[in-house]
Design a protein around this ligand. Structure first.
Ligand SMILES: C[S@@+](CC[C@H](N)C(=O)[O-])C[C@H]1O[C@@H](n2cnc3c(N)ncnc32)[C@H](O)[C@@H]1O
Length: 267
């Protein structure tokens, strides 16, 4: 993470970004992010009856998938809008509004903590890792999934190239660790968090989605594209559609992506 990053500013824009995405997320990005759930289940050694905390639970679909696998799951998210959507869709699961930098749980509570597509958005990852370690039972596992290398993210890539062609890539709300896959970045943060035995590996996943309009809807909410002049929005949308054509397959889109999967243990 660059020293120039102001963590309070990151917190503010990440909170605004995901609150804006709350109502569309289950129809849009959830189809991609749920592809990592089997990886998290394995990496965190989640068993039937395991007490699991999901950090940054968004609209709740990952907590639901973990529940279906037999885990007893609590989700936390700092966006009240996300928590409201999660509670509405999955009323049998407990979701709480909290910043992961200050988890509202006693120490040594959970068998596993998971975080799906959240770590690259964190303003203070080391503080969050300290909290993860505090709430884990000794021997408990932390598993997280983030995007792999930026050039391997085909759906986002189609959009980013369009934004670069017509506007300004820097204007998009990338989290500080977006696209960072370097072990030398994660290792000291995990160690400072009090955890050990970091493993990082990369996995291929495919985002299958029926229409490109849903991809655009998610990206428009994420990037706050509606705030741009209509003519500019139209150009970016048209170029994104062109860039996405290589991924069209018999009436749907298949976007290859890579996921960086991390796991560590509380000693
Ligand atoms: C990309 S979404 C991921 C949602 C879900 N985990 C998934 O796999 O689709 C990131 C989520 O993390 C939440 N988030 C980001 N930073 C957070 C923090 N510091 N504390 C709690 N939640 C946070 C956001 O509000 C958002 O719901």
């Amino acid at each position: 993470m660059s020293e120039a990053i102001n963590p309070d500013a990151v917190t503010e824009y990440e909170h605004a970004t995901w609150s804006r995405c709350a109502e569309s997320y289950l129809d849009t990005f959830a189809g991609l992010t749920r592809e990592a759930v089997p990886l998290l289940l394995e990496a965190a050694h989640i068993r039937s009856g395991s007490y699991v905390l999901e950090i940054g639970s968004g609209p709740g679909h990952v907590a639901q998938a973990l529940t279906e696998a037999g885990a007893r799951v609590t989700g936390v998210d700092f966006s009240a809008q996300m928590v409201a959507v999660a509670q509405r869709h999955y009323p049998g699961i407990t979701f709480r509004e909290a910043n992961a930098e200050q988890l509202p749980f006693a120490g040594n509570t959970f068998d596993a903590v998971v975080s799906n597509f959240v770590v690259h958005h964190l303003a203070r990852p080391t503080v969050v890792f300290q909290e993860v370690c505090r709430v884990l039972k000794p021997g408990g596992r932390f598993a997280f999934a983030v995007f792999g290398a930026p050039e391997a993210q085909s759906s986002l890539g189609a959009f980013f190239a369009a934004v670069q062609a017509h506007y300004d890539l820097e204007a998009l709300p990338h989290g500080p660790l977006f696209g960072v896959t370097d072990r030398n970045v994660y290792e000291p943060m995990i160690a400072a968090g009090g955890m050990a035995d970091l493993h990082l590996d990369t996995h291929d996943v495919v985002w299958r989605i029926a229409t490109l309009e849903l991809v655009l809807r998610g990206l428009w909410d994420w990037g706050n594209m509606a705030a741009l002049p209509q003519e500019l929005q139209d150009k970016i949308a048209a170029t994104t559609r062109e860039n996405a054509q290589p991924y069209a397959r018999s009436g749907q889109f298949l976007f290859p992506h890579t996921v960086l999967l991390g796991r560590a243990v509380k000693p």
